[in-house]
Write a protein that binds this ligand. Structure first.
Ligand SMILES: *[C@@H]1O[C@H](CO)[C@@H](O)[C@H](O)[C@H]1NC(C)=O
Ligand SMILES: *[C@@H]1O[C@H](CO)[C@@H](O)[C@H](O)[C@H]1NC(C)=O
Ligand SMILES: *[C@@H]1O[C@H](CO)[C@@H](O)[C@H](O)[C@H]1NC(C)=O
Ligand SMILES: *[C@@H]1O[C@H](CO)[C@@H](O)[C@H](O)[C@H]1NC(C)=O
Ligand SMILES: *[C@@H]1O[C@H](CO)[C@@H](O)[C@H](O)[C@H]1NC(C)=O
Ligand SMILES: *[C@@H]1O[C@H](CO)[C@@H](O)[C@H](O)[C@H]1NC(C)=O
Ligand SMILES: *[C@@H]1O[C@H](CO)[C@@H](O)[C@H](O)[C@H]1NC(C)=O
Ligand SMILES: *[C@@H]1O[C@H](CO)[C@@H](O)[C@H](O)[C@H]1NC(C)=O
Ligand SMILES: *[C@@H]1O[C@H](CO)[C@@H](O)[C@H](O)[C@H]1NC(C)=O
Length: 434
């Protein structure tokens, strides 16, 4: 996945004139934090998703808030903030979002109005092993993908993904440090009803030595850490670093995407579907989310109970410790290297320029989208998913993300590109032009 992240940069760099970053090309000192989307900045760039391997220094990213066992339901959105308003204090909000969330009947609706790039809802606490459970009704329709994933800042990832063209099963997948391996994906079926009309409970039981995908109490898939050992590198390629829960609804089948991605998603999106006509949007419904934290693994250095921090850019389990350091930034100009900068200025969350909130760099129409109605801009697809080819980065390969152009449709990489980190990229990149 690192590969297509890299290749997307070329695109965003021209669109946003932002400084791009990767593990082989770290951020400069004045914008030390590499965001989840591969661009350098301060403030929110240093919070959830900030990649320590691609940042100026290992401690440029703010410390990661520790796991908190909690149940979430949605009578309102009080517990959520727009990603432009959050400075790392989890007491203020458990979730940040971009896009078009709303609540209905005590549930969260992640919506995707016509021609939009959908909604991303991310939890602000990191989980370092735990059980995450979501009572979910997926979206439906070809090209429409719902995702419920754990994603770490170094791109360890554990996924559930529902492709709207196939409501009788859900795809499970995992990654270690963003390394693409299409053997990691598998389908899980559930008995009886379909995933749109009926509630099912989808769980990820993530332990240091094994990982399970569980649906309605039934174990569907088990991954043993021991099975992920790489004899060559002598490493376990197993998700093992603190991860945030991210839920999203995104347009994998928008026409500008690569053929392989569209095919994986079941075809091009119909923007005149029943749901668009009736409701004005596609939607996925989240009834409840439960997070149960597990103890930190044996042997981990513990100096406090506030935050996780990386101690080495190898970013394996043994390279993380628990500290008492604050997770809060003083302003959108602050970074992990200077966390209290601007703390005394009263308007700390609103001052600061375009390199301080990853989703709102420039050219946007204002807020990242507090609206449940269609924007109908028609241009939303360009930013997150326009044509992008080789970035020139050595880590990128000829099969990297390539849209609009001709990359072979059935290329396995294409299929993997349909993965959920891509969802996140599309969702956020696209917001810029909403
Ligand atoms: C986080 O916010 C709470 C409530 O607004 C406040 O009491 C607390 O001091 C803040 N924590 C930090 C570290 O700023
Ligand atoms: C909310 O409840 C109403 C009335 O029961 C129903 O018509 C509507 O479809 C429900 N909405 C969702 C998102 O389930
Ligand atoms: C999962 O099912 C879909 C169609 O339902 C199929 O295209 C895909 O290849 C399957 N994936 C795996 C890993 O079997
Ligand atoms: C195992 O590690 C080697 C050396 O880092 C790497 O080249 C290879 O791709 C890895 N294998 C897998 C399946 O990731
Ligand atoms: C966290 O650490 C502080 C300071 O050492 C201590 O006072 C507090 O009780 C601890 N909290 C928890 C939940 O363990
Ligand atoms: C934690 O805070 C201490 C004291 O402010 C600082 O010296 C140390 O570098 C911080 N550690 C990390 C990993 O940020
Ligand atoms: C904020 O103001 C207080 C009181 O004036 C001062 O003690 C503190 O050092 C200041 N903090 C920063 C980060 O400037
Ligand atoms: C977001 O973008 C809009 C329009 O470009 C701008 O007015 C606003 O200040 C930006 N917000 C932030 C936090 O940068
Ligand atoms: C959207 O804005 C309206 C009015 O400004 C506000 O009442 C509502 O809570 C906002 N919704 C979200 C999801 O932020």
């Amino acid at each position: 996945m690192v590969r297509f992240v890299t290749s997307l940069l070329a695109l965003s760099a021209t669109a946003w004139a932002a400084t791009s970053c990767s593990a082989s090309s770290q951020c400069p000192k004045d914008k030390p934090c590499c965001s989840q989307y591969g661009e350098c900045g301060t403030g929110a760039y240093c919070l959830g998703g900030c990649d320590p391997q691609a940042s100026f220094a290992i401690d440029a990213c703010a410390p990661m808030p520790v796991c908190q066992s909690k149940s979430y339901t949605w009578d309102n959105l009080d517990n959520s903030v727009l990603n432009t308003k959050y400075l790392g204090n989890t007491t203020d909000a458990d979730w940040t979002y971009s896009g078009f969330p709303k609540t209905e009947n005590g549930s969260l609706l992640m919506t995707m109005p016509k021609e939009s790039v959908g909604t991303l809802f991310a939890n602000n606490h990191y989980i370092w092993y735990g059980k995450v459970s979501g009572k979910i009704k997926s979206s439906r329709g070809k090209g429409v993908v719902t995702a419920f994933i754990l994603l770490s800042d170094v791109k360890d990832e554990i996924d559930y993904e529902w492709v709207g063209a196939d409501l009788t099963d859900v795809q499970t997948n995992y990654y270690w440090q963003g390394v693409l391996d299409w053997h990691n994906s598998a389908n899980a079926t559930f008995s009886g009803d379909d995933s749109f009309d009926d509630w099912h409970t989808y769980e990820i039981d993530w332990q240091p030595d094994q990982l399970q995908w569980i649906i309605d109490g039934e174990v569907k898939r088990t991954l043993k850490k021991s099975a992920t050992y790489n004899e060559t590198s002598k490493q376990y390629q197993y998700p093992q670093t603190p991860s945030r829960l991210q839920m999203s609804l995104w347009p994998a089948g928008q026409s500008s995407n690569a053929e392989g991605t569209i095919a994986w998603a079941g075809g091009e999106i119909d923007w005149d579907s029943e749901d668009i006509k009736d409701k004005g949007y596609y939607y996925a419904t989240i009834g409840q989310v439960d997070v149960q934290c597990y103890a930190t693994p044996d042997g981990v250095t513990t100096k406090g109970n506030t935050s996780y921090v990386y101690t080495s850019s190898d970013a394996m389990q043994s390279d993380v410790e628990v500290t008492g350091n604050s997770t809060v930034l003083g302003s959108l100009g602050a970074t992990g290297l200077d966390p209290t900068l601007g703390a005394n200025s009263s308007s700390s969350a609103t001052s600061s320029g375009s390199d301080s909130v990853p989703t709102n760099s420039s050219g946007g129409s204002g807020s990242a989208g507090n609206s449940t109605t269609s924007t109908g801009s028609g241009s939303s697809s360009d930013s997150g998913s326009g044509t992008s080819t080789e970035s020139g980065n050595p880590s990128s390969t000829s099969s990297s993300f390539s849209q609009g152009t001709s990359s072979s449709a059935a290329n396995p990489s294409d299929r993997v590109l349909s993965g959920s980190l891509f969802a996140v990229l599309v969702a956020v990149g696209g917001l810029v032009t909403l």
